[in-house]
Write a protein that binds this ligand. Structure first.
Ligand code: GLN
Ligand code: ZN
Length: 759
């Protein structure tokens, strides 16, 4: 018999119950007991949805983050927590977010750093290490949840993060090498396994996704060392890898002295055969055969075609699971009532994915005939998606065939066109501008919400948004900014806004995915060939331009960012989808230009996020991603100025690609790095204009003009002054007008002083 299991279930709840409970607790509206009751209720419900599996994951539920949970299990807490009071959960939230909530600001500590979980959009709390880090086991949370699952009549399989990946995910606060902590960490893991064994646990899932990354000899050695130390027969260890291919770590993974290995057969299909061959005969092999990162149905018959021979070889040694934890997909498709039924039928959320898993296991155990109905259903859905006119658009396909590199080439090189632009735009030196959005006031949100609910007619809605735009222009003129924006009042989200207007996109009602803590995102679903039925931003931009003599900057989201923040098609490459998006954005760029807009900004906030896990794959990603941007942006005449914006602060390793975008102006986040970030641009001799951020918009602090001036002087030491712009780090939508006004006033004043003082 094939064993079925799951690596992890989404924990926010189908209606984001966890989010609302967390936030209520932080505001002091519910007690810790009430929060715990919500948590237990969600665990119960989620195990219930998984009850047909041979084993259910335990320990995957978290009140904030599973890596932080592991830090608590290992007793690795930052020292700054030592003097703080309160319950264990209070201490936990203090590391997670700086304070527990129902307490005053007095008890706050510095929150732990947060960073992206591999190449997903989930963010974890980075474990902190230093030379004297000592670990101490605290297993009660895990043990309690094992008891809970058993009480539901289920076989629990505790999930922990493996010792090597745990160290790999963390950071040392001193110069110390964190690998040297392995020796003191391993006894705590041994103890944990002993405790689990004492509680009758037979299998433990040990997550080691670091195995799919580039590892040097020391890290590879750490794997052998760790698992030789943890060699145990009670409980048995299933080492799980996911998110990518094992490549040069494949043999290492197969040879670890553990009882089982999980391989992500969705992202590493070509490694299945080798692992089947190499895995010693006493080991179990778990194959991740359902995509845990996307929302499409699995082609069950096609999967069985390759899986049946594997099953024949492995028999009872074969386990089946989703490719990775289902944390990265929404909970349940059955709550979606507004999705087009045809498109909805192509999808599977977490609950449906587990049904697919059961169907596949039953087919292997009892033959395909036993699940005939489900197989037929799956095949019908897959075929409908393959052939649907909603997915395939002949005219988009035809246009793709015509794409030539010349489409991404500006008419003239930057030095020639910048001279023309300067002459046409007549901007002063150190021109001042903003990144696009202005404060999204309650009134603005209300306007959009009422329209969305049908409480406002389109005409009334448009009139109200026009008022917001007019207000935004008046404010910018009063501030004396040089290049104005319309303020983005009509946009809820920089990707969703465009997705909603493009053919080929669908939107769920409850398709929430946890991004970090209580924050969830609802990624738009790119399901078909992308086309743009009509102009998306021209009306608002033209209206805004009509209100001012100053140049107005049109505002678009770039193809790479739209792609990276969506659920995407899996019947074609990301590269192809990106190119389709690029062609649609290109049309918008050209329409904006034709309507008289002289400056167009194309945001690529998520370009860096799409970088593959392996450095050797970076080039190919950057090649097609930058090509897509160039195609979107570079069809304009010389006198049209293209801006792009990026809101992160690591450029060193991708500066060449950034330069290849050939945007006339790039605005970036730099204020916190004290302009040191610009060293990358100087070192590379980045050729075009740069607007280094001088106002940290993530903080409520308001910079004075002296602070801004001194930042700009530092910038001028690195970049020729004639190529410098003055702007905030990012959009202003999360700030209040009361903060934005004085901050921008300082910015404009600083630019004026610079014009006087720097010749
Ligand atoms: N134009 C967008 C804004 O100002 C850019 C947001 C971003 O970079 N994340 O809001
Ligand atoms: Zn930004």
């Amino acid at each position: 018999m094939v064993t079925t299991h799951n690596l992890g279930f989404p924990r926010v709840g189908a209606r984001r119950e966890l989010k609302f409970a967390q936030e209520a607790f932080w505001k002091g509206q519910i007690t810790e007991d009430e929060l715990q009751i919500t948590g237990a209720g969600l665990r119960r419900r989620h195990w219930h949805s998984q009850q047909r599996l041979s084993r259910v994951p335990v320990g995957d539920f978290s009140f904030y983050d599973q890596v932080l949970d592991m830090s608590f299990t290992l007793g690795n807490l930052p020292e700054r927590l030592n003097d703080t009071e309160g319950s264990e959960l209070d201490r936990y939230f203090r590391v997670a977010r700086g304070r527990s909530g129902h307490e005053s600001a007095c008890c706050g500590v510095q929150a732990g750093e947060m960073t992206k979980w591999f190449d997903t959009n989930y963010h974890y709390i980075v474990p902190e290490f230093h030379q004297n880090t000592r670990f101490q086991l605290k297993a009660d949370r895990l043990i309690e949840q094992i008891t809970e699952a058993r009480a539901q009549g289920l076989a629990p399989k505790p999930v922990i993060i493996g010792p090597v990946t745990y160290l790999w995910l963390g950071k040392t606060k001193d110069e110390h090498d964190r690998l040297s902590l392995l020796e003191s960490l391993l006894p705590v893991y041994s103890k944990l396994l002993d405790v689990l064994a004492a509680h009758g646990v037979d299998w433990v899932q040990v997550d080691e996704p670091a195995l799919v990354t580039d590892l040097d000899a020391d890290w590879r050695h750490a794997f052998s060392l760790a698992y030789h130390h943890l060699k145990t027969s009670a409980p048995k260890l299933l080492v799980t890898t996911y998110f990518g291919e094992l490549r040069e770590n494949l043999q290492l993974a197969c040879e670890l002295p553990v009882a089982g290995l999980h391989l992500d057969a969705i992202s590493a299909p070509q490694e299945v055969a080798r692992v089947v061959d190499w895995l010693p005969p006493h080991k179990q092999l778990s194959l991740g055969i359902i995509n845990g990162r996307n929302i499409w149905r699995t082609d069950l018959e096609k999967t069985l075609d390759w899986l049946e021979p594997v099953h024949e070889k492995l028999g009872g040694r074969l386990w089946l699971a989703p490719s990775c934890s289902l944390l990265h997909v929404p909970v349940d498709l059955s709550s979606e009532e507004k999705l087009d039924p045809e498109i909805r039928n192509w999808m599977a959320f977490a609950t449906q994915k587990l049904d697919e898993l059961n169907t596949l296991a039953t087919a292997l155990n009892h033959g395909r005939a036993a699940v005939q109905k489900s197989l037929v259903e799956s095949t019908v859905a897959i075929n409908s998606q393959k052939t649907s006119e909603r997915v395939h658009n002949a005219s988009v396909q035809a246009r793709l065939k015509d794409v030539r590199p010349a489409l991404g080439q500006r008419q003239s090189p930057y030095p020639d066109r910048i001279a023309i632009q300067q002459q046409k735009l007549g901007l002063p030196r150190f021109p001042t501008t903003t990144i696009g959005s202005f404060p999204q006031t309650r009134d603005i949100r209300q306007t959009r919400l009422q329209f969305h609910k049908g409480e406002l007619t389109e005409a009334d809605y448009n009139a109200r948004i026009r008022e917001h735009v007019r207000h935004c222009i008046t404010e910018q003129e009063a501030l004396g900014l040089d290049v104005l924006v319309h303020g983005e009042a009509e946009r809820n989200d920089m990707v969703e806004y465009f997705g909603e207007q493009l053919d080929g996109y669908a939107f769920s009602q409850f398709g929430w995915v946890q991004s970090y803590g209580s924050r969830c995102v609802k990624p738009p679903i790119l399901f078909g060939d992308i086309s743009r039925p009509k102009a998306m931003t021209v009306e608002w931009t033209r209206y805004a331009q009509s209100l001012t003599e100053k140049p107005l900057k049109g505002m678009l989201t770039g193809p790479v960012t739209i792609l990276n923040w969506s659920f995407v098609r899996d019947d074609q490459s990301r590269q192809e989808s990106c190119l389709q998006l690029a062609l649609a954005i290109r049309e918008e760029v050209l329409d904006l230009e034709a309507s008289g807009v002289r400056i167009i900004q194309i945001d690529e906030a998520a370009l860096r996020e799409g970088l593959p896990l392996r450095q050797s794959d970076w080039k190919s990603y950057l090649d097609w991603a930058i090509d897509a941007f160039r195609i979107a942006a570079n069809g304009v005449r010389d006198e049209t100025q293209i801006h792009t914006h990026m809101c992160y602060s690591e450029f060193n390793d991708i500066i060449e690609a950034i330069a290849r975008m050939d945007a006339d102006v790039i605005t970036i986040e730099t204020s916190r790095s004290d302009m040191e970030l610009l060293d990358a641009f100087r070192g590379f001799q980045y050729p075009n204009d740069i607007g280094p951020g001088v106002y940290d918009i993530h903080s409520p602090n308001i910079p004075d003009s002296e602070q801004i001036r001194s930042l700009m002087i530092k910038a001028a030491e690195r970049i020729p002054v004639e190529r410098l712009w003055v702007n905030p780090d990012c959009g202003l939508k999360t700030r209040q007008w009361e903060e934005v006004r004085p901050a921008l006033r300082s910015m404009v004043a600083a630019a004026r002083e610079l014009r006087e003082s720097i010749q």
